[in-house]
Design a protein around this ligand. Structure first.
Ligand SMILES: Cc1ncc(COP(=O)(O)O)c(C=O)c1O
Ligand SMILES: [Zn+2]
Length: 386
């Protein structure tokens, strides 16, 4: 573990990494863990990775948690990167299938690292608002760690997510409203209840877990990043984490300066980042009346909005919004052509590929990676059994 300190992503203020912290103590924006890569390089090389365990803890030197502390792990990470057989058409399409993680979504990556660190730094009760999958992952890792999990979810969260949280011993509260309302409820009660808030980007370590998406991608593509990445964006942790990983890997000497064009895919019914990108804003206003079956994309306001927008512009990428009917339709197309029952958030990226291809923003022969962030199995309520 070679994290030297925490740094504010907005004002740059340094914070100690030995304390349980949420956001910047001065401006309230997300904190990043800064890794001393010169020291990490001593034992972590591209070659030594070959002999390590498959889970994301294979990148131990660039993750937080002291070397002598056992991580809270259920075998997260190390998911397959599959070549699309048919769906890609004339594009060299790859699918990072995150549905193979514990609790069937990529949220396991962030929660393994965040729960490990929260426990290490003394937290006993963890709280998070969740659109569904993050709650399931928090419930699992908190159970494994012997910590309490307090999960607040919108009442219309997929049933599977609600049930899995309860079955893993979490305290579940269903709320009328959206994930932002759930977050506000936690903020109101956390001091009195003694909860440590592990909301997306409101503590520094979920993004560290998510950054391993970027490390794995590079490793699986033999250290040559793709031309474009399509990512279903809610809070944006994966996108932000991958971008951090790319910069770290460049300092480590593992990759060059090439970066993929990063595309944020959202739902037409909740597209704050799409709107802000298109109108040239630096931050995204709250999206009114947010509605979509892709519960992970039903995030009307993201604390990391400025980071997401920066990455999309810096990478010369962009945005696409997809409506719910199209997600369901494309989900069946992907299922029957590739053998994957993708989540609606993943399906949105496959639909986005078609429109980006039609708009000429992705061209023939380019290497594209789509993140299927979870399994369709959690969303049975959205599909007809006919
Ligand atoms: C399946 C799925 N995809 C995508 C997302 C959005 O993730 P992020 O917060 O990293 O943008 C979520 C978040 O809940 C999700 O559950
Ligand atoms: Zn700050």
């Amino acid at each position: 573990m070679f994290v030297s300190h925490l740094e504010c992503t907005a004002c740059g203020l340094r914070h100690e990494s030995s304390r349980l912290l949420n956001v910047c103590l001065s401006c309230g924006k997300p904190l990043f863990a800064i890794v001393d890569l010169d020291r990490a390089r001593g034992t972590l090389t591209r070659e030594t990775l070959g002999n390590r365990e498959k889970s994301l803890w294979r990148y131990r030197e660039v993750l937080p948690l002291p070397g002598n502390v056992e991580p809270i792990s259920l075998g997260e990470g190390g998911t397959p990167l599959l070549r699309a057989e048919k769906f890609g058409d004339d594009v060299d399409l790859w699918i990072k299938d995150e549905s193979l993680n514990p609790t069937q979504s990529f949220k396991a990556r962030g929660m393994s690292v965040a729960v490990s660190m929260a426990k290490h730094l003394g937290a006993t009760k963890l709280a998070a608002p969740s659109a569904g999958n993050a709650g399931g992952a928090l419930a699992a890792y908190a159970a494994r760690a012997g910590l309490e999990a307090h999960i607040f979810m919108p009442r219309d969260t997929p049933r599977a997510n609600i049930i899995e949280c309860r079955e893993m011993g979490a305290h579940v509260t269903l709320m009328n409203g959206l994930i932002t309302d759930c977050g506000a409820e936690i903020a109101r009660r956390k001091t009195k209840e003694g909860w440590f808030d592990v909301s997306t980007l409101k503590e520094p370590y979920r993004v560290e877990g998510k950054k391993t998406l970027g490390y794995e991608l590079a490793e699986q593509l033999n250290w040559e990043l793709p031309d474009a990445v399509l990512y279903p964006t809610g809070g944006g942790t994966g996108l932000i984490g991958m971008w951090k990983a790319f910069d770290e890997m460049q300092v480590l000497g593992w990759i060059g300066t090439k970066r993929p064009r990063m595309f944020a895919v959202q739902a037409t019914g909740c597209a704050p980042i799409v709107r802000a990108f298109e109108t040239g804003e630096k931050t995204a206003g709250e999206f009114p009346n947010a509605q979509t079956i892709a519960s992970g994309l039903r995030v009307p306001k993201a604390i990391g909005d400025f980071l997401i927008l920066n990455i999309l512009r810096q990478s010369d990428g962009g945005v696409t919004a997809v409506d719910d009917e199209e997600m369901i339709r494309v989900s069946r197309e992907v299922g029957s052509s590739e053998g994957l029952f993708v989540c609606p958030e993943g399906a949105a990226c496959f639909a986005a590929l078609k429109s980006l291809r039609a708009e000429g923003k992705i061209v023939s022969g380019e290497r594209v990676v789509i993140f299927n962030t979870g399994s369709g199995i959690k969303y049975l309520d959205c599909y007809s059994a006919q």
